[in-house]
Write a new protein. Structure first.
Length: 193
């Protein structure tokens, strides 16, 4: 079985995450031709950026959590051709996050924008689970289960955002804030085991 140096996969992964996280913030801008003549007008325009900023915050922390999960438990020095193929697909969806963030930031009051974002997030999370199965060493699998719980909660919140988009699309992105429960749930699960 042919293997590849893990350091090369890690370098590509770090670069893609850094670039994707940086691209997110470029969507946050006031139009240059905007006539702002006083503080009240500027505050009003900044408030109008709230949907884009919300999408940025969610996406930034999603990417940060995915990056942390990608580096957390991997200890092997090499990766297989199969894992490399899965990494490539995973990184494709990571690079798609700025686009889906842009769409939901600008059109989050429309259900299809929420669906696109949720589909991107579900793809990232599902591929993350697959990579954890391939890359986590057997002696770290029990520790990895806490990370898997966080990933499953993330998938559930993406699905909840889809359901919410059918009722109140403009508020569907708030479902992702349920992911803040993942840390106490993981800690509770570790205490139980």
């Amino acid at each position: 079985m042919r293997t590849f140096p893990k350091s090369r996969v890690d370098a590509l992964t770090d670069g893609i995450f850094a670039f994707a996280m940086t691209l997110l913030v470029l969507e946050l801008r006031l139009p240059p031709e905007l006539p702002v003549h006083d503080s009240a007008a500027l505050i009003a325009q900044l408030r109008a950026l709230t949907p884009q900023y919300l999408a940025y915050v969610i996406s930034f922390f999603v990417l940060a959590a995915q990056w942390r999960g990608a580096i957390e438990l991997r200890r092997a020095e090499e990766t297989t051709r199969e894992a490399l193929s899965w990494w490539t697909l995973y990184l494709f969806f990571i690079t798609s996050v700025p686009f889906s963030t842009s769409v939901v930031g600008r059109h989050g009051d429309l259900a299809p924008a929420v669906w696109l974002y949720a589909a991107n997030m579900i793809a990232v999370a599902t591929l993350s689970l697959r990579l954890r199965m391939l890359e986590v060493l057997p002696e770290h699998r029990e520790r990895a289960s806490a990370g898997n719980l966080r990933i499953w909660l993330f998938i559930v919140t993406a699905l909840l955002s889809i359901v919410a988009s059918l009722i109140v699309p403009g508020h569907a992105m708030y479902a992702y804030f349920l992911n803040f429960l993942s840390w106490p749930l993981s800690r509770w699960r570790r205490l139980e085991s």
